[in-house]
Ligand binder design. Structure first.
Ligand code: SD4
Length: 348
């Protein structure tokens, strides 16, 4: 039977919902008065972030979504055969397998990741498919490869000649010494696996973008530690460690020795600190200090760097060792490379 009271309540409720919807749509589309001059913006780790940002910017400057921007941005180092620390061309594990780790996260808190994925040039896109086509967050190893092939990705040999040569050289001593990512004199003296072209045994691309609607997304992708144990996973595909995004607050990503980042749930920590009012740089510094305080002796000889952006488009970074760089791109600044501050400021 028709119940007038129920009808009025339902009508009022849907009117209320409509009102809420309208408000949120109005909030999402920047009017001239609420437009933030910093936005859209994309930032990413290391020098190769400049080229990656340029492709992400093509999406953002055309009014595209932050999620598409970060995916397309990190494709650049993933596809770069000369880059021996991200995707195609990455250095293998100690058994000669190139195993890739990647994750992606959007403004709604959706996320997807692949761990130790082999034979696929763009793990970030497989991570996105995990997010969008499955009820899961992570797929690993053979299962991740099977899923990628089912989704139409092409199987390729990722072990490129330069990395195969470097691995065969390493096999002569096969010293298990996964030191990485210290761009200082100490490392130069100690590093047996210094790579050609001034590359070291490191470098993950972590990218954070805010689109013109103010929505934040992030991506993180790497071939991880060179000559690692087969099956070793770093921080890069772990949501909360290598990457975290909260659309109310901001986003963070990390690079360096993943084990220390995982132990401290680094990127989640950075975002939570920003929620408490820390600036992006101060939040990154505090996350670095947690690592240093817990293990001061270890920290002297490792690199970890965090990069963060807040909802306003303010950004910052902090690392244990000097030499961490990050790239920034918005309407005013293109091709900007910034030297991140660090706890150990100078080469010993
Ligand atoms: C890892 N965090 O696999 C990655 C590697 C990296 O700079 O970022 N190196 O632990």
């Amino acid at each position: 039977m028709f119940n007038r009271r129920k009808f009025i309540k339902a009508t009022a409720l849907s009117a209320g919902l409509l009102a809420i919807d309208k408000t949120s749509i109005a909030d999402a589309i920047p009017s001239p008065s609420n437009r933030n001059a910093n936005l859209p913006i994309v930032i990413s780790t290391w020098d190769f972030g400049i080229a990656a940002n340029a492709d992400a910017w093509k999406v953002l400057s055309n009014g595209g979504k932050a999620l598409d921007a970060v995916e397309q941005g990190v494709w650049v180092p993933e596809a770069d055969e000369k880059n021996q620390s991200v995707g195609y061309g990455g250095l293998p594990d100690r058994d000669g397998h190139v195993t890739l780790d990647a994750c992606i996260m959007d403004e709604l808190g959706n996320c997807g990741a692949v761990l130790a994925l082999e034979h696929i040039k763009h793990p970030i896109s497989v991570a996105r498919k995990v997010m969008e086509k499955t009820p899961h967050v992570m797929l690993a190893g053979d299962g991740a490869l099977q899923f990628a092939l089912e989704q139409g990705f092409k199987k390729e040999n990722l072990l490129r000649p330069a990395s195969e040569k470097a691995w065969k050289e390493w096999l002569k001593t096969a010293k298990y010494e996964p030191v990485m990512n210290i761009e200082n004199k100490l490392y130069e003296k100690a590093a047996p696996q210094k790579l050609p072209g001034n590359q070291y045994n490191h470098d993950t691309i972590g990218m954070l973008a805010i689109d013109s609607k103010g929505n934040i997304s992030g991506a993180c992708t790497t071939s991880g530690m060179a000559y690692k144990l087969h099956g070793r996973i770093g921080d890069s595909p772990i949501i909360g460690a290598g990457l975290y995004v909260d659309n109310e607050v901001g986003g963070a990503t990390s690079t360096g020795v993943g084990e220390e980042v995982v132990r401290n749930v680094g990127s989640f920590l950075v975002v939570e600190l920003m929620r408490q009012g820390y600036t992006p740089e101060a939040a990154c510094k505090e996350a670095v200090m947690r690592i240093i305080k817990k293990k001061p002796e270890t920290a002297k000889n490792i690199q970890v760097g965090f990069l963060a952006i807040n909802k306003k488009g303010e950004y910052g970074a902090y690392a244990i060792q000097q030499g961490f760089s990050y790239a920034v791109c918005n309407a005013e600044k293109q091709d900007l490379l910034i030297k991140g501050k660090s706890y150990y400021p100078t080469a010993p």
